[in-house]
Design a binder for this molecule. Structure first.
Ligand code: GDG
Length: 474
């Protein structure tokens, strides 16, 4: 029986160590949230990845490995040096900023690149012995761009899919990376390459055509005597989880009741992201500040509920951003607050998903204004949670999700005045208009859900394999 091997940098768990004992918990993040519901469906599948922390002790590694084996998860342990060079270094201080157009934040460090290669090879060494003829291998994201080629070289009768969860930049940006050709060559080891949007697809094809010796016919790339196909697969969410399952839970209902008590008639504007400069958190806060300055009539009546989930905070740029957010929020709250109202409720922590669900249900407005975002699942979860068909989504045109959610109030995240006006428009929007917009968005999120996403990716992968066979027999 052929199986699926899912590979991502992080396993969908995190390890918490207390009194020398490791316990495993679910981890946050778009990919983990997205694939979890699908992965659990089959017992044969294996998910390979880094457990998220350095475990030096071999007994502790074995203990973790055994616990994970029961969940069909296979850990790849990385040393501190590898985490620094591969994860914090090349993945998140070179690729992440470049792929999000933050060119000034990118560092090009040969030592990081070497470790990135080493870790991709380490993944290949663990995975190759697990592979059998007929298996489907699905590699995820920018940490593992070299892995498709490394697997293809050793495993012939398999299907290799690759999906990138973050944007693929235009050629003029991508070409800045000194190792651009090696990265493309690695990616093109996949039979099918998927991105969230058509723009990402076109950018990838453009770079492949300019940098490598390729022949391109529409979405099909001929390279090194092989065929790869490239396509857009906008990722969906588990609609029913947010629409009905979470709202029915007692824990969620308790949180809803508490939020009602806490906020009464005050309107809630919700903002949820990982700490990241790509998410546009600071400009968003400044837009809310401008809203407070220009609209004193809403004093005490509107609150920005802002969750920033800790992420990569050992990277200088992230630490710097965190300090700046703390400062600006403190300043705004000190200037605008009253005795019984704080304009910004700011949390630097993560919450249980039941609490997120309660917040999605209780928030009148969801403010999602990334500078760049491959897709953005928070806005989709908000829409799915609005089962009474009300509420307003304000969404950046730079988020991949804006291609599907045209009924949101679409804004340019650099235009603080436009965001401020959108907040006012959202507060004033009639229930009828809210409903018309929300119903259309909900139909899209319900139809193009996570199960649909996996299904069309897998169907396309099978199609590409057929195309390759017919090409070879010609
Ligand atoms: C990458 C791409 C793309 C957030 N706070 C908490 C929490 N979350 C969950 C949300 C959501 C996920 O994390 C965040 O997903 P996003 O899509 O918004 O962002 P990234 O983490 O940057 O994801 C992105 C995604 O991959 C998928 O392809 O959309 O563009 O950057 O699901 O609910 N979950 C819990 N507590 C929190 O406090 N439990």
């Amino acid at each position: 029986m052929s199986k699926a091997i899912i590979i991502s940098n992080r396993l969908p768990i995190k390890i918490v160590t207390k009194k020398n004992k490791n316990t495993l918990h679910h981890s946050e993040g778009g990919l983990a949230t997205g694939l979890e519901s699908v992965f659990k469906k089959s017992n044969d599948n294996i998910w390979v990845g880094w457990p998220g922390m350095v475990v030096k002790d071999t007994d502790a590694q074995l203990d973790i490995e055994n616990q994970l084996a029961e969940m069909h998860l296979k850990p790849i342990f990385l040393s501190k040096k590898q985490v620094d060079g591969f994860y914090l270094g090349f993945s998140n201080a070179t690729l992440w900023p470049i792929f999000h157009y933050a060119t000034n934040y990118a560092r090009y460090n040969d030592a990081d690149w070497k470790i990135y290669q080493e870790v991709n090879e380490k993944f290949a060494e663990v995975i190759i012995p697990l592979v059998e003829d007929g298996d489907t291998i699905w590699i995820h994201d920018y940490h593992l761009l070299l892995l498709p080629r490394l697997i293809k070289e050793k495993c012939k009768n398999v299907s290799i899919g690759f999906f990138q969860h973050i944007p693929f930049p235009s050629f003029e940006i991508f070409r800045l990376i000194p190792w651009r050709k090696q990265l493309l060559d690695g990616m093109l080891g996949a039979d099918l390459l998927g991105f969230h949007t058509i723009d990402d697809v076109n950018h990838f094809i453009d770079s492949a055509s300019r940098l490598l010796d390729t022949t391109i016919n529409s979405n099909v790339i001929f390279y090194k005597g092989e065929i790869s196909s490239v396509d857009a697969f906008p990722m969906g969410i588990d609609f029913e989880k947010f629409n009905s399952k979470l709202p029915k839970l007692q824990a969620t209902q308790k949180d809803v009741a508490n939020l009602k008590r806490q906020f009464g008639d005050t309107k809630i504007v919700l903002s949820i992201d990982r700490l990241d400069y790509s998410k546009g958190i600071l400009p968003r806060i400044h837009a809310f500040e401008q809203f407070l300055q220009k609209h004193s009539e809403y004093k005490g009546k509107v609150t920005l509920f802002m969750i920033v989930v800790p992420s990569r905070d050992s990277i200088y740029r992230y630490k710097e951003l965190k300090d700046e957010i703390d400062k600006v929020v403190g300043d705004i709250n000190a200037r605008f607050r009253t005795l019984d109202w704080r304009p910004i409720e700011y949390f630097y922590q993560s919450f249980p998903v039941e609490y997120l669900s309660a917040l999605y249900q209780m928030s009148d407005i969801c403010l999602v204004t990334p500078m760049r975002d491959g897709m953005n699942l928070v806005c989709k979860e908000y829409v799915a949670s609005r089962n009474e068909e009300d509420g307003v989504l304000i969404l950046s045109e730079m988020a991949g999700s804006s291609r599907e959610l045209g009924d949101a109030l679409i804004v340019n995240p650099n235009d603080i005045g436009q965001i401020e006006e959108a907040i006012v428009a959202a507060i004033k929007m009639s229930p009828k208009e809210q409903q018309i917009r929300m119903v259309k968005m909900r139909q899209i999120i319900e139809k193009f859900n996570i199960v649909h996403w996996v299904k069309i990716f897998m169907e396309k992968l099978r199609e590409v394999k057929k195309l390759q066979t017919s090409f070879k027999t010609k």
